[in-house]
Design a protein around this ligand. Sequence first.
Ligand code: SAH
Ligand code: SF4
Ligand code: F3S
Length: 474
Amino acid sequence: MEVLELQNKTHDETRQGEAFAPFTNEANSFKKHFYIESYGCAMNFSDSEIVAAILNQQGFGATTNFEQADLIFLNTCSVREKAEQTVRKRLTEFRKVKESKPQMLVGVLGCMAERLKAKLLEEEKLVDIVVGPDAYRSLPNLIEEAESGQKAVNVLLSREETYADISPIRLNSNGVTAFISITRGCNNMCTFCVVPFTRGRERSRNANSIVNEAKDLFEKGYREVTLLGQNVDSYYWVDETKNEVVTFANLLEQVALVSPLLRVRFSTSHPKDITDEVLYTIAKYENICKYIHLPIQSGNTRILQLMNRTYTREWYLAKVDRIKTILPDCGISADIIAGFCTETEEEHKETISAMEYSKYDYSYMFYYSERPGTLAERRYADDIPEDVKKRRLAEIVETQNKLSYQSNLQDIGKIFKVLIEGESKKSGNDWKGRNSRNKVIVFAKGNYNLQPGDYVNVQVTECTQGTLLGNIVD
Ligand code: SAH
Ligand code: SF4
Ligand code: F3S
C-alpha cells in the first residue's frame, strides 16, 4: 500500500524491493531462492505476488537478500522515460553481483519487458529472462531454459489471462491491507500512454474468484482490500452459470458484503466510466471507502481532446460535482500531466483552476514524457521545452500542496474511524492508519490494547500537508 500512500510523488519514485520469505518455517526446504523488486503502479506490485505464487509452487522461496538469490527479478514500468532509466540503473548495480556469481539468473518482468522484448537482451547483457505481464505462467519453463544457458523470452499478450485461479503470495505485507486485481489491460487509447501496448486488451476477472480472494484475506486477518485495474469502472463479467452480468457496482457490493469489517477501496476510475450506480453503491455501504482516484490529466478541453481522454473540462468538473452531491465527504485525488504537446500557458492555467475547483486531497503529478510507439509520439511534436514543462509541473505541485494542506486543516477537531496499519515510522509509541477518505493519521498508542487491523476512533488535533495527527477518543 506504500504506492497509494505516498503523497504528491510520482509512481516512479516508489520501489518496493525486498521480498520476504513467506513461510519462514519452510524457507529452508526450498531448493532455490528468488528476489523480486517491483516498480511502477499497484498493478505491478500485485503481479509480483502472482509471480511469487507461481515460483513457490515450483519450489522457489522468496528472499529479501539479493546476494543470496539464485534468481533476481525486476518487475518493471515503462510509463515514463524516467521509470525505465531507474530500472536500467538498478540493472547495472546487479552486474557486480552476477560477476561474482555467474550461475545467478536475472529476469526482467512487466511493462518494460513487454515494450522492449528481445531487444532488452541485446541492450542489457546480464539479462537472462524477459517475460511480459501475460506470460508469468511460463516462468518455470523460461527458468529451466535459462538454467541450460539459453536466453529465454516470452512476451505474448493474451485476451483471456487474468490469473484468477492463482492465490497470490503477499509480499512485504503489513497483514492488514492487500491488493486484488480485477481487470487487466486497457482498451482506452490515451495518446500519451504506453499501457495499452504493454498490457494488452482489457479483460475482467471472474467475480467469484475475486470475492473468494477477499473472503480468504478477511479470514487471514486482513481488513482492507483495494480492487485494482487500469479502469476499474469498465469491469464487466458474465456469470454464465446464473446468466447474470456483473458490473463494477455489483462487484463492489459483493465484496463489501464479505464483512462490514472489511474495508473496500478501488483504483483507478476513468472519469468517463464511473456511473451514478457506482456512487450510490459507495454511499450505501459504510465499509466502501469514500475516496475516488479520478485522473484529470489536463484541465483544458483542447488538450484533453489531443490526449483522447473523451471528456471535456466541463464534463469532468460536472463529474466532480456529482461525486460531491452523492458523497458529500468523499475525498478525490488525481493524476495530472504538465506540458503535453502544444499546451499553451493559458491551457496550463486551466489545469490549475480545475485543481482548485476539484479541491483534490492529493495528486500524482508528472511532466509529459514522450513514449515510443504511442499515438502522441506518432502524431504530435513534443514541443514544450523541458524547462517549461518542469516549471509548469512545479506550479501544479505547489497548487496541490496548498490544496492538501487546506483539506487537512478542515479536518482539525473531527473524529474519524481509523484502521490501524502499523507503527508510525517515526516513533514506536505511535500508530499509523487511514480514514475512509484515505488520509494518513498518526496518533499515540496510549494505554489501549490495540493492534494492526483494529479500528479506532481518532480525533484530529494537528496536521501537516501530508498527515493528520490526533488522539484516540473512547
Ligand atoms: N489507468 C490510469 C493511469 C495509468 S498510468 C488512468 O487512466 O488514469 C498512471 C499515470 O501516469 C497516468 O494517469 C498519467 O497521469 C501518467 N502518465 C501516463 N503516461 C504518461 C506520459 N507519457 N508522460 C507523463 N505521464 C504519463
Ligand atoms: Fe493509459 Fe488511458 Fe488506459 Fe489509463 S485509461 S492506462 S492513461 S490508456
Ligand atoms: Fe507502469 Fe505498466 Fe503500471 S507501464 S504504470 S507498470 S501498467
